[in-house]
Ligand binder design. Structure first.
Ligand SMILES: NC(=O)C1=CN([C@@H]2O[C@H](COP(=O)(O)OP(=O)(O)OC[C@H]3O[C@@H](n4cnc5c(N)ncnc54)[C@H](OP(=O)(O)O)[C@@H]3O)[C@@H](O)[C@H]2O)C=CC1
Ligand SMILES: CC(C)(CO)C(=O)C(=O)O
Length: 309
């Protein structure tokens, strides 16, 4: 299967090199020229806690794409996914059978992508893998993670199994979800807590977790999300949501990681808050549910974004 990772930043880099190392024909696609050139000249430079090594994965500039793919994994930031898809269509990279998989954080991606591709060709995934960008052609990898995946229409398919097998051969710890909307909301809950709070407090996930009253601090945010999810037909459980967040705390999981939102603010670029806490506030308004904690977090992150410009 010919695979492309469209959006070859931190997480796209991790997924791309793991696929490459397992023998898959994978191409990283990005608009960032310096990054693409660096990868092609000396391979992706991977920094782990104890070593630095190069992985000779293929990378292409979006404007230079001249081939199509069987599977395209979208790993841009949420706000650029539609532009990426549009550009890939213009480059004839999407053929009649191409499967499109999103592994981006946030809510509502399935519906957005369904404007371009029918739901039987869209695969929704969430991941607990982490990654950071150190510079052009350089990524930082710590901890471990996993992937949950399902076809967007919820129907089992041979392609879902193939993708799941490919991810597992690449040691990406993938499972086929029976209810990916539940998985997406569970992950969005975690991101709506850890990403903005670690960003506002300028902390790694493990440092944030070390605060004695951390559970008391995050409980009202989770409770609002559970109420909004319930109104949209997704039943999240409070204890399970909390356990998922706590499971990210150890260094062996995501404790050493600055969430992707923290990385965005450090780079001075827009964050995905409108697809996380901002979406909770937006949905809350639709259903007449008050979401003061998520509203405030959204405002705080937008204020921090302004500071960067
Ligand atoms: N990082 C993580 O640990 C995790 C991330 N995710 C999700 O994965 C998705 C991708 O996130 P992530 O990989 O972190 O994002 P990155 O910011 O690392 O990369 C996304 C894109 O941003 C652009 N970019 C990044 N840095 C620069 C730069 N210095 N100069 C120019 N362009 C740059 C590139 O696209 P372009 O050139 O097209 O602008 C790149 O493809 C998001 O939805 C995120 O929430 C999910 C789980 C964990
Ligand atoms: C790794 C994790 C779970 C941290 O919140 C994440 O999804 C991110 O950095 O965006």
């Amino acid at each position: 299967m010919k695979i492309a990772v469209a959006g070859a930043g931190a997480l796209g880099g991790r997924v791309g090199i793991q696929l490459h190392e397992s023998g898959v024909d994978v191409t990283l696609i990005d608009k960032w020229e310096e990054h693409v050139n660096a990868i092609n000249e000396k391979g992706m430079e991977v920094h782990t806690e104890d070593k630095v090594y190069q992985v000779p994965v293929k990378a292409k500039l979006l404007e230079d794409i001249d081939e199509s793919y069987d599977l395209i994994i979208i790993l841009t930031k949420a706000m650029y996914a539609e532009d990426m898809l549009q550009a890939l269509y213009e480059k004839n990279s999407i053929h009649a059978e191409t499967a499109i998989l999103t592994m981006m954080n946030g809510l509502g991606h399935g519906d957005r992508l369904a404007k371009y591709v029918s739901k039987d060709r869209i695969y929704l995934a969430v991941t607990m893998w982490t990654a950071g960008l150190k510079g052009p052609g350089q990524i930082v990898l710590t901890g471990s993670g996993g992937i949950q995946i399902q076809r967007a229409d919820g129907i089992a398919s041979k392609m879902t199994e193939e993708i799941n097998d490919i991810f597992n051969t690449a040691n990406l710890n993938s499972i086929i979800s029976r209810d990916v909307q539940h998985s997406i909301w569970a992950k969005a809950t975690l991101n709506s807590v850890l990403n903005p709070l670690c960003s506002i407090l300028d902390k790694r996930i493990g440092e944030f977790a070390a605060y004695g009253a951390v559970i008391e601090m995050i409980t009202p945010i989770i409770e609002e999300i559970i109420e909004v999810a319930g109104a949209r037909g997704v039943n999240l459980d409070f204890d399970a949501s909390l356990e998922k967040i706590k499971a990210a705390f150890p260094d062996s999981a995501a404790g050493l990681h600055y969430p992707s939102m923290h990385q965005d603010l450090a780079k001075g670029v827009q964050t995905e808050v409108d697809y996380l806490n901002g979406k909770i506030s937006e949905y809350g308004k639709e259903y007449g549910i008050k979401t003061p904690n998520n509203d405030m977090i959204t405002h705080l992150i937008h204020q921090l974004e302004m500071k960067n410009h």
